[in-house]
Design a protein. Structure first.
Length: 153
């Protein structure tokens, strides 16, 4: 039969209390620790419902259920109170410092014939035409120019 009750040892209970009250921690992890403390039946207190725990801590009832299941599956408390490892690496930014410099130089340079001034779309098209980058949005150009306080007006 699958274990559903949580009975903490005094050492584990004090570790969870310290985790909740000391130091600067991720709120999600602190809430997980509070949920486990509320679900603990080792202190012989009256069992609290998942709905009551959820209301008191400010999470959903499903979060209480998921946290209980995660705790029962975890090897120890320290592994339970860690953030999940990222499955995919973070996406690298398209615009690097070198590309920013080229965009700024282009925007500060001479306007092509037939145009009164640079537009964001014109700059984006020119960057692709000059093979600075394969594709780039005009909004990305806007963010680069805004970051450097350049104006096309």
């Amino acid at each position: 039969m699958k274990q559903t009750q949580i009975k903490l040892k005094m050492k584990d209970r004090s570790a969870l209390l310290d985790f909740c009250t000391k130091g600067v921690r991720n709120v999600r992890l602190v809430n997980r620790a509070k949920i486990i403390l509320a679900l603990d039946t080792s202190t012989k207190k009256e069992k609290e419902s998942h709905e009551d725990i959820a209301k008191r801590i400010g999470v959903s009832r499903q979060t209480v259920n998921n946290t209980q299941n995660d705790f029962l599956r975890a090897a120890n408390i320290s592994l339970f109170l860690q953030r999940k490892k990222r499955e995919t690496p973070p996406v690298l930014p398209k615009v690097t410092g070198e590309l920013e410099a080229r965009i700024i130089a282009l925007a500060c340079g001479k306007v092509p014939e037939g145009y009164a001034r640079w537009t964001l779309r014109l700059l984006a098209d020119k960057c692709v035409e000059l093979h600075y980058i394969k594709t780039i949005s005009h909004m990305t150009i806007k963010r680069v120019l805004k970051k450097t306080n350049l104006s096309l007006i």
